[in-house]
Design a protein around this ligand. Structure first.
Ligand code: HEM
Length: 288
């Protein structure tokens, strides 16, 4: 199978022009397989996590907790849903024509691309200055816990892993993958705007060499198809019964005190004076 479509430039150079659109199916099938294998694993093999006994420190912290623990500020939720809407429009406008649904996709696509870009710029500024920036990046504690979990799953002796901070390792890894794929589509998409009629730039297909354009189109397409599998997995987890409380928190902004204590380590996602330090803002009242 050839992963890239090639062409010959007017100067006789062999240049890449697109990815092979078979990769779209490869990504969709990989996404579907992941869902099926995960659902079978959880349904038939995975043991429910044993609840570690609550120590007196934790019980005291619970007594000080409000019933609703703030998890996502309005600004963070608005970003998530604007980005999600832009992402769906981008995926459908990009790939429906590739599977035979013909419509004029290009203008809708690049407008959604600009919405995505602006929302991501907002998110980077918001996360850098108002949110707890480091809460979403994997750290050494996550790796230690992951290795303990693996050892225990294999029946080897290992100390129990700690509960999570604000974000479990899986969410952090998903964010990392979206970060790289997102940067790739945005960076290449920005320059690709020079190839199509927009009100922003004078069209200039000679901005780069044929080879550089080709590499950009391939990178754009590759990151785009990776998003197909990533979004499938994301939606699958969002609707799984045990994760629904997280999905609801992306709508309403909070999780219950019980869910907070069940899944999170108050030392890793600490509370200030009994009120949740959401990781969203320096102080809950200031949540934006
Ligand atoms: C998840 C996000 C995105 C996906 C899945 C996606 C997917 C695609 C695909 C598959 C193509 C066809 C590429 C080809 O023919 O080789 C394309 C073209 C294009 N994309 Fe995107 N894209 C995304 C984000 C963006 C963004 C953020 C921008 C702009 C900032 C953008 C701007 C464009 C433009 C201008 C074209 C047309 C290029 C042309 O036909 O010459 N895209 N996109």
């Amino acid at each position: 199978m050839n992963f890239i479509q090639w062409a010959t430039s007017p100067w006789g150079e062999r240049v890449p022009i697109h990815i092979s659109w078979d990769l779209l199916w490869a990504s969709a099938i990989a996404g579907a397989l992941f869902l099926i294998v995960h659902a079978i694993y959880v349904g038939y093999w995975a043991k429910p996590a044993a609840e570690p006994p609550q120590d007196s420190k934790q019980a005291a912290a619970a007594a000080r907790l409000p019933e609703r623990v703030a998890r996502h500020s309005f600004g963070a939720r608005a970003f998530h849903w604007v980005m999600a809407a832009a992402m769906f429009v981008l995926l459908f406008t990009a790939f429906l024509p590739k599977v035979g649904v013909r419509f004029s996709w290009l203008t809708i696509h690049w407008i959604a691309g600009i919405v995505l870009t602006v929302s991501v710029v907002y998110h980077i500024i918001h996360a850098s200055f108002w949110l707890d920036f480091w809460s979403i990046w994997p750290n050494s504690q996550d790796l230690t816990d992951a290795s303990r979990r693996l050892q225990r799953a294999l029946g080897k002796p290992a100390p129990p892993p700690r509960k999570f901070g604000k974000y479990p390792l899986e969410n952090k890894l998903f964010h990392l993958a979206v970060f790289f794929a997102g940067l790739a589509v945005i960076f290449t998409g920005f320059f690709m705007l020079y190839r199509v009629p927009t009100p922003f730039f004078t069209r200039n297909p000679y901005l780069f060499s044929d080879m550089t354009w080709g590499v950009m189109y391939v990178l754009h397409g590759l990151a785009g198809v990776v998003f197909v599998a990533l979004i499938m997995a994301h939606i699958y987890f969002a609707v799984r019964p045990e994760k629904l409380f997280l999905t609801k928190s992306m709508i309403f902004g909070w999780i219950s005190r019980e869910k907070y204590l069940e899944h999170h380590d108050p030392e890793r996602w600490p509370l200030e004076g009994g009120a949740p330090q959401t990781g969203q803002s320096k102080a809950p009242e200031a949540a934006i």
